[in-house]
Ligand binder design. Structure first.
Ligand code: HEM
Length: 417
């Protein structure tokens, strides 16, 4: 197992004075809290986040990963997401500088953000997403047809990684054969704690996308990559650097996130036969169930850079501090959602969730992600209506920029095939 999956020692409330900045009050310092090391013993990542933080101050400081604040109250997570005047997206991942390049639109603050976002928005329109549904269905059907008679699978490699990468490469008009090489890069992108490894990995992703960009410049096609290459901001074409970053963001944004969300949902259904049965018996419930399961398993752990000194809900944040806002804490806040760790497919909508962010940077890929998850569930439940965690195995989840499902063995009665 990798170093970032090591168990989290009990958080210490004792500061390490040599590295704690002077403006941080001693009582808010949890010197050794390292989110990369949050232990997820049973694969339930959001439960592990709560266990690691529930006895800590709602906004606390850690000296790990370059030193940063962590906000765990739902209202604080939402306030930071919405307030781009005080909280910049220019550094949205830890440790700071891990990407080593700009990636518009995600790390551009409003008002400039809008023009960059407009370049990619058409790729995620309802029509564009609907246009990808049949391919998604064909892909996942083939995958399930092959593995159903086996009676078991390693869900991450066999299923959840296959669909998003196939859809992404299809959207971009890139060769499907590149999937095997790209998947490990997408995983390292969110899970590497080491800055040098993270930056090299990002460069590898960018170099790959750049080859596609150069090809589309010479041979334009009817695909999203060509659309990005021809994109305009304030009446000018994107610079090479902007193109490199934007295309890499598209690669990074939708692979590990969708794959891991599918994994968290599969893990939950495998361990809760009554919920599985509800979906098998009533397919119309699937869209609501997806929203509820995304709320319960929100998996992105982004950060913001504090733009100017601010007293934030009683805590003095200083310009250039980093603050992490694990997205799960909004939809799991008991003041916003009754019994938030309970999964209830009949909650009255809208179900509060920050899983796809909020405000100007709200995930443009949310509808695409929901479509992929819905199509997978519809096809899977048709063929494999009963499944469980394979006896003798434990789901392997690590925490980083996302709560990533790394390995999930499932089994089911193969005799029926
Ligand atoms: C379950 C799947 C997904 C989740 C949970 C997710 C989550 C998020 C979140 C939380 C943000 C905002 C980050 C912040 O405010 O700190 C975001 C932004 C973004 N996501 Fe997603 N995402 C998912 C799928 C996708 C897909 C499929 C794509 C596209 C291929 C995508 C592309 C993007 C892009 C481009 C942004 C930046 C938007 C901007 O800055 O305006 N995401 N995502």
């Amino acid at each position: 197992m990798e170093d970032n999956a090591a168990s989290l020692a009990a958080p210490s409330l004792v500061a390490s004075p040599s590295v704690t900045p002077a403006h941080v009050p001693r009582e808010l310092v949890v010197a050794d809290f390292d989110f990369f090391a949050i232990n997820v013993p049973d694969g339930d990542a959001t439960k592990a986040w709560r266990a690691a933080t529930e006895h800590l101050p709602p906004i606390f400081w850690t000296n790990q990963n370059g030193g940063h604040w962590v906000a765990t109250r739902g209202a604080d997570v939402r306030a930071v997401q919405l307030d781009h005047e005080h909280f910049s997206m220019s550094e949205f991942a830890l440790p700071r500088g891990r990407r080593g390049m700009k990636s518009p639109p995600i790390d551009i603050d409003p008002p400039a953000h809008f023009a960059y976002r407009a370049v990619i928005s058409p790729a995620f329109s309802p029509k564009a997403v609907a246009g990808l549904e049949q391919t998604s269905r064909t892909v996942i059907r083939e995958v399930i047809d092959q593995l159903a008679p086996r009676g078991e699978c390693e869900f991450v490699e066999d299923v959840s990684h296959v669909l998003p990468i196939t859809v992404f490469l299809g959207m971009m008009g890139l060769p499907q054969e590149d999937a095997a090489m790209l998947l490990p890069l997408s995983r390292i992108n969110t899970q590497a704690k080491d800055l040098a490894i993270a930056q090299k990995n990002r460069r590898d992703m960018a170099d790959y996308m750049w080859r596609g960009v150069e090809d589309r410049r010479a041979n334009p096609k009817d695909d999203v990559l060509t659309m990005v290459v021809n994109g305009q901001v304030d009446g000018r074409k994107l610079t090479d650097e902007e193109l490199r970053g934007m295309s890499t963001l598209l690669l990074a944004g939708g692979l590990d996130t969708v794959a891991s969300m599918m994994g968290h949902i599969a893990r939950f259904l495998a361990t809760s036969p009554p919920h599985l049965e509800q979906l098998v018996n009533d397919r119309k419930l699937i869209p609501r169930a997806i929203d509820e399961l995304i709320r319960r398993n929100a998996l992105v752990n982004t950060t913001r850079l504090v733009r100017e000194d601010i007293d934030f809900h009683g805590v003095h944040l200083r310009k250039d501090d980093m603050i992490q806002i694990p997205n799960c804490f909004y939809g799991l806040d008991p003041s916003l959602v009754d019994d938030p760790f309970k999964v209830d497919f009949h909650r009255k909508p809208p179900v509060p969730s920050a899983a796809f962010g909020a405000g100007p940077h709200t995930c443009p890929g949310a509808a695409l992600a929901r479509m992929e998850i819905r199509v997978w569930l519809e096809e899977w439940l048709d063929r494999i209506p009963k499944f469980q965690i394979k006896p003798g195995t434990t789901p392997w989840v690590t925490v980083g920029g996302t709560n990533a499902m790394r390995e999930l063995w499932l089994s089911w009665p193969a005799a029926s095939f």
